[in-house]
Design a protein around this ligand. Sequence first.
Ligand code: PGA
Length: 264
Amino acid sequence: MLVVLKKDYDEVSREAARMVAGAVRGKPEIVLGLATGSTPLGLYQELIALHRAGTLDFSRATSFNLDEYLGLDHSHPQSFHHFMETNFFQHVNISRRHVHIPDGTIQGDYDSYCAGYEQSIKSAGGIDLQILGIGRNGHIGFNEPTSSLASRTRLKALSRETSEDNRHFFSDPSAMPKCAITMGIGTILDSRRVLLMASGRSKAAAVAKAIEGPITSSVSASALQMHPDVTFILDEEAAYSLTQRDYYRHVLEMTQLFTPERLS
Ligand code: PGA
């Protein structure tokens, strides 16, 4: 695992954007795994700025979002469809035909819908680069603690912590959905490369458990220790509880020296 330590949120966003932009330029037909939440907002703004400057083209890219609330229509202001549209898609030239977000309005045969989402990822060639945030409880996507480390896209009940963290976005907090459709941890581990971003002291405990703790379904992000190409981009506050920060800086220096392509 590469752990990239940055000063603050803006630096995290810029570094993530540099890596994502490099990956898109290196493979214009890239399949991106995208995340919602407050963490990737700065990344999307940086990518939009690069696109507007004429240096980043998404016309051949494909995307798959991690998750969507169950029961929210695409136009609902708190839906992740709406989030992606207003914060990213409408500002860049990605083709809507190549955009995939789990449908929160499905009813009934959830398993077959979710198997279809998995199949679409496979048919697109698999995810080249998966962007992740991390929840205070260590979740990635909506894979709440005790999610199977082999899980695939499925219907998932949200934890109390997640409900507490996200409820305030809803004008009527009781309207916060209780479930979501989310890619599984197994789905995420299948992607070729993973970029996890975290900012702020509220994430420090989850980040430390994910990177330095044991692999456990109690901390979904700890499963990333089994992935061969994962990069954590953290600000000082999110990195606060890591015990090996000096070593991560040394690893980064050596990576820049010997295998800089891992950072491009
Ligand atoms: P946040 O959410 O970016 O809004 O902090 C992260 C997550 O829950 O995965």
